[in-house]
Write a protein that binds this ligand. Structure first.
Ligand code: HEM
Length: 508
């Protein structure tokens, strides 16, 4: 009896064990088939992933990524709480994703709550998902403001801003022993140009400074917070959320009256002597947006104008700062540029039309953007549907991040990539199509569907500013016995860690 019980007992447990292992097998097969084959990456902790490793590393994020590159290669994953980042550092993969399979990789991931407020729920060119709203907004911006014929129409605005810029540098140098701040002055000059293009009104210095302060506060509150990655922590950030609402309110309260002022100037031509004939705002008041009946609201107008100003201000000024740093560090390059300017224009002021005859200036700007892309990451991309890249899965709602410096300094693409050498583009030794259509070799403006629509305008600004700066002044290091320190730090763009101060000597 006992043995019969034992054998029944045995049989029962054997069947149970068989049943359970069967279930485990089936379950594991099922979960395995569902498990994603994400690109490799550093092992992380449950729930938080690599978030605290990154946060506690003491390194800026771009440095953290740079340091992972030798180990994980062209494509790797970082888990940041609830967000998965897939980082691309290889030109061929970027070409495949953004050019060959462009539409698939052309959308943006979901926004964090702060960004959603400032973008009016993705109602901007840069944040809109790939679809009709994006198409309408981008087409309007490109065709009505950033096409080459439109850019030419704002020539006078640039000329007057450049004269003021040179005047500011001269006056600052006069009272500071010949020393000037580069980024601050360059930033102010570009900001003035974009403000006029955006609002079509000439503004006094007080308004410009106030607007700039608001823009800066916006960028500060837009800085990612830990609860963007771990929303469960958001109850601990109510103070920060309050600050976000305050800054948004300040921005709206300050900008709506300007939007109204321009509207009035358009309705009563000639009533405002500071109004110029055309502006970005004019294209927005009654803008038709695919799939929507109404034109943009005041809040949306504020958001679209801010995008226009933000897109082109820090980026361009940052490039000028690195550019001047390189001209100081390479006096022979500076001298050669000055010669080109003299030979091309003689004693008159450089005009933007001269630039097409100035191959060396163009080479300098290209080399500068290769070596110092103002933003190390493009804006975050996402896929419209789950796919694979480089043999790995790319699910929807992951952040696809493209790390520009890895491409611009890839020794498989560039000879002596670490050297600042504009000659590489002059001799025809090396060439680049900055739009990346044929081949991706550098990505300061991104490539593909989401390529920076301001590329043309930005290049006009960079050529003009650098040419005027070098035509008017000889630039040298300050203090004179110190080498330029080329380390960078992340603000909104990657600026020089030690903000550049330079000594200038008027040429005549
Ligand atoms: C040197 C100056 C500039 C640099 C380095 C720069 C760089 C970039 C980069 C890297 C992107 C992201 C591309 C991507 O996601 O793949 C971008 C997008 C964008 N930029 Fe620029 N930019 C500059 C100037 C400008 C200017 C002058 C404007 C307009 C006035 C502008 C407006 C935009 C907009 C609206 C987008 C979003 C495009 C989209 O998502 O479809 N940028 N820019």
């Amino acid at each position: 009896m006992a043995s019969s019980f034992a054998s029944h007992y045995h049989l029962f447990f054997s069947i149970l064990a068989f049943f359970i292992s069967g279930l485990i097998f089936l379950f594991s097969r099922k979960t395995k088939s569902k498990r994603l084959n994400l690109p490799p990456g550093p092992p992380g902790w449950p729930v938080v992933g690599n978030l605290f490793q990154v946060a506690c590393s003491g390194k800026p994020f771009f440095q953290y990524v740079e340091d992972l590159r030798p180990k994980y290669g062209p494509i790797f994953t970082l888990k940041m709480g609830t967000r998965t980042l897939i980082i691309l550092t290889d030109a061929k993969l970027v070409h495949e994703a953004l050019i060959e399979r462009g539409p698939l990789f052309a959308t943006r991931p979901r926004e964090n709550p702060t960004r959603a407020i400032f973008s009016c729920n993705k109602f901007t060119v840069n944040a809109a998902v790939y679809g009709p709203v994006w198409r309408s907004l981008r087409r309007n911006m490109v065709q009505n403001m950033l096409s080459s014929s439109r850019i030419k129409e704002f020539r006078n605005v640039r000329e007057s801003a450049m004269d003021k810029f040179i005047h500011r540098l001269r006056t600052e140098a006069e009272v500071n022993d010949g020393v000037v701040w580069v980024l601050k002055n360059a930033r102010y000059a570009v900001f003035c140009i974009l403000l006029t293009m955006c609002f079509g009104l000439e503004m006094d210095e007080e308004t410009i400074i106030k607007m700039d302060q608001i823009m800066k506060s916006v960028l500060i509150v837009l800085d990612p917070r830990i609860d963007d990655f771990l929303p469960i922590l958001s109850p601990f950030f109510s103070k920060q959320r309050k600050r976000v609402s305050q800054v948004r309110k300040q921005q709206v309260d300050f900008m709506v009256p300007l939007i109204e002022k321009r509207r009035k100037a358009l309705q009563n031509p000639g009533s405002d002597s500071t109004a110029i004939s055309f502006s970005y705002l004019d294209t927005l008041y009654d803008l038709n947006i695919e799939g929507r009946k109404s034109s943009p609201t005041d809040q949306e107008l504020v958001t679209l104008c801010s995008e226009f100003l933000n897109g082109g201000t820090d980026t361009t000024a940052t490039a000028v700062e690195w550019g001047i740093a390189q001209l100081i560090d390479n006096p022979n390059v500076q001298a050669k540029l000055y010669n080109e300017i003299k030979q091309t224009v003689g004693d008159r002021k450089v005009d933007e039309k001269d630039v097409e005859k100035m191959g060396y200036l163009q080479a300098i700007v290209k080399e500068l953007l290769r070596k110092h892309p103002p933003t190390f990451f493009l804006l975050t991309h996402a896929v419209t549907e789950a796919t694979t890249l480089g043999g790995y899965d790319i699910p929807t709602d992951t952040n696809v991040e493209i790390f520009s410096p890895a491409i611009g300094e890839d020794p498989r693409i560039w000879s002596n990539p670490e050297k600042f050498d504009p000659n590489r583009f002059v001799s025809g030794r090396e060439e680049v199509d900055i739009t990346g259509v044929t081949e991706v070799k550098m990505t300061p403006f991104g490539v593909g569907r989401r390529i920076c629509p301001g590329l043309g305008l930005a290049t006009v600004h960079l050529h003009l500013m650098i040419a005027r700066m070098v035509q008017e002044f000889e630039w040298s290091a300050y203090p004179s016995d110190k080498n330029v320190d080329f380390s960078g730090k992340l603000e909104f763009t990657v600026v020089m860690k030690n903000t550049l101060r330079a000594k200038i000597k008027p040429r005549s």
